[in-house]
Design a binder for this molecule. Structure first.
Ligand code: AMP
Ligand code: MG
Length: 442
């Protein structure tokens, strides 16, 4: 990561990095845990470090289908001899199949048939692939005067390397070795690893309860008819979807008018039932923007306004319910792109911390501007951009539509370009920092 942001509060609010840090410093990490089965653990946050309870693999076993033998028994001068009276013949004295270990003795110069995953008897140390042996079926009497049933023998086509094709006990994990850290989100591979260790029940952090609501007299819900000047409430749909992907238990508190009395009542009702309340709209400085005043009245403001574009009107604080339990409050800007950008830069890392996960601040990568980017100094600009991978490296160009009101610009772009706070217009060929489009918006 570069020093792409500045931490000095400016006329447009505090810097993004400072806001992110303040969030992570103010918010407690999760405490409530529960036990779930592996089948219910996908996307849950692990609440304890996991150590391997036994060595993996638990026993020496074969990586190939073939024959297991003792490398010290190999006579190199009699390998692959076509004269069967001279070639070293290995009696096959038993077999070890996956799930059915060989339990007998293996005499000097003898071998056993083994399949992939079959346990290697302690006395043996090497596996020869079946492609590298010649099989000899013959009456035992021909070789040693014993005319019992037919005996199988093999001869080796080439000298094996001692220890070849053997997976040694504990070579992947030793007993007590740390495997997964608390705070890991359990995906398919992590679940597979837990299963490998025989762990059926896992401790995870309890889901956080997050409420969402929208404010704005002009908002109508999809399905309703629009009056002149109205528009549809899309932010709440976006937020519900992200919060669901994040693994929170989401409660939708609907829509509230730009009316401080109604807002106060709804904020208080919501705060008594959820851990976090996310509200979009009304957080700027217009006459109808009451979110900040209501928040200050019901609790306290941690910070307000972040020096970034889009996303300047953003408020973080808390509301305390009657029992004194804090409900963390996030006031997101109403403009759809501003809501999306503050959601990924500020809300998501904050919620990750609250749900016990390691907070993921979006990572930036160096790139070259393939077009001009218009910018005024004083704020960090996060502009929607198209990304190209060329022989010279990664380049980014501005998408045509760049208004914070246009959700289509987020769909068209496949990256955000972070143009640092003091920077002005960016010319083609200049170095920039790019953030690939977050998986939240896939
Ligand atoms: P505000 O932050 O309340 O000043 O709103 C800024 C702009 O975003 C206005 O044009 C609003 O109509 C629009 N807006 C506010 N809330 C939403 C929402 N939930 N969905 C879509 N647009 C919204
Ligand atoms: Mg509004």
């Amino acid at each position: 990561m570069s020093d792409h942001t500045h931490t000095i509060p400016g006329p447009f609010g505090i810097a993004l990095a400072q806001a992110q840090q303040q969030l992570l410093d103010s918010l407690p990490t999760a405490e409530r845990t529960e036990q779930v089965t592996l089948a219910d653990a996908l996307e849950r946050v692990l609440a304890a470090d996991i150590y391997s309870p036994f060595p993996v693999p638990a026993a020496n076993n074969s990586a190939m289908d073939g024959f297991a033998l003792r490398s010290a028994d190999v006579c190199p001068e009699h390998l692959g001899d076509t004269d069967t009276t001279k070639v070293q013949l290995w009696p096959v004295v038993g077999q070890s199949l996956a799930g059915h270990p060989f339990r007998g003795e293996v005499p000097v110069g003898a071998c056993i048939r083994i399949t992939t995953g079959g346990v290697l008897p302690d006395a043996l140390n090497t596996v020869v692939m079946q492609e590298d042996v010649v099989r000899h079926h013959r009456a035992a009497s021909e070789l040693n005067g014993n005319d019992q049933a037919e005996q199988m023998y093999i001869s080796l086509s080439r000298a094996p390397t001692s220890g070849q094709f053997v997976r040694l006990r504990g070579s992947e994990l030793s007993t007590g070795q740390a495997v997964l850290k608390q705070g890991t989100v359990l995906g398919p591979l992590q679940l597979g690893l837990l299963a490998t260790l025989g762990i059926a029940i896992v401790p995870v952090f309890a889901k956080i309860r997050v409420g969402v609501l929208s404010t704005g007299d002009e908002l109508k819900q999809p399905g309703e008819a629009l009056q002149p000047g109205d528009l549809y409430d899309s932010n709440r749909v976006v937020l519900r979807a992200v919060l669901t992907r994040l693994g929170a238990t989401v409660t939708d508190f609907g829509w509230v008018a730009d009316d401080p009395v109604a807002m106060r009542a709804l904020f208080l009702q919501a705060a008594s039932t959820v851990d976090v309340l996310v509200c979009s709209g009304g957080v700027s400085v217009g006459d109808a923007d009451h979110t900040r005043a209501v928040l200050a009245e019901l609790g306290s403001i941690g910070f307000w306004q972040v020096a970034m574009k889009p996303g300047k009107p953003f408020a973080f604080g808390k509301i305390s319910d009657a029992a004194g339990q804090p409900c963390w409050f996030f006031g997101l800007p109403g403009n759809p792109v501003s809501a999306v950008v503050t959601c990924e830069q500020l809300l998501v890392p904050a919620l990750q911390r609250l749900q016990g996960q390691t907070a993921q601040i979006p990572q930036l990568w160096p790139a070259t501007a393939a077009s001009r980017f218009k910018k005024k100094p004083g704020r960090l600009d996060l502009q929607r951009a198209k990304l190209q991978v060329t022989a010279e490296g990664v380049t980014v160009s501005a998408v045509g539509l760049d208004s914070s009101a246009m959700l289509t610009s987020m769909l068209e772009g496949d990256a955000l370009v972070h143009l640092e706070l003091p920077r002005g217009d960016v010319s083609q060929g200049e170095s920039v920092w790019l953030q690939p489009k977050s998986p939240w918006w896939r």
